[in-house]
Design a protein around this ligand. Sequence first.
Ligand SMILES: Nc1nc2c(ncn2[C@@H]2O[C@H](COP(=O)(O)OP(=O)(O)O)[C@@H](O)[C@H]2O)c(=O)[nH]1
Ligand SMILES: [Mg+2]
Length: 227
Amino acid sequence: MTADVASTVYPPEHARDAQAIEAGRLLFAGACDFVAGAPTADALPEDTLPEVAFAGRSNVGKSSLLNALTGRTTLARVSNTPGRTRQLNFFSLGQRLMLVDLPGYGYAEAPKHEIARWSELMRLYLKGRASLRRTLLLVDARHGLKPIDDPLMTMLDESAVSFQLVLTKSDKLSPKGLAQRLETIATALKSHVAAHPAIHATSAQGGTGIAELRAELAALASASQPC
Ligand SMILES: Nc1nc2c(ncn2[C@@H]2O[C@H](COP(=O)(O)OP(=O)(O)O)[C@@H](O)[C@H]2O)c(=O)[nH]1
Ligand SMILES: [Mg+2]
């Protein structure tokens, strides 16, 4: 079991123990309620819980990952409702941790003024949110980091918001391909001051790495002071 756990967290010394995995399971087995959707900065809900934001280019597998983590389709269903895809959606996990689904970027068909509007909303949120403990930056394991991810990483560096790489669709790579991808990304992250050193490799399809990511988030919920 330890070997399995270590294989989805890189470098492996960041893997968590069985007790932490159980804490993650328990946290994500509880209620997960839609709290608010914010199309503009003045519609953001009050900071009441520690928050973890989920970001990444569209089609990276964010909805699938949120479904796999929570074991239910509530989040993706709400976030994919027309009119809600370009806003920040807030979900309370057992009143202990707020999961924040950020709009996907790099959506080619979106009009320029729309892109400008949601970039500004993300910037205001990421820079000004006192309860934001970490942003998970989702990256497709097949493609790795791309120039399209740079503006967000720069914004997070400048805002001193800790961010952590989560690879999605790890089932699409061979173990060797995945190991190489993790090494390349770890090297690229060295130039980002706000980057967390541990990378998670996940597959929403096969469930790989999901328990470990739950454990990581549960540790954040417990470590945080009340807001
Ligand atoms: N093979 C594989 N495909 C995935 C996985 N997660 C998502 N996908 C596929 O990637 C596409 C985009 O997924 P979605 O969750 O809607 O991405 P979003 O736009 O970031 O919310 C869909 O076709 C999913 O079926 C995964 O873990 N493995
Ligand atoms: Mg989605």
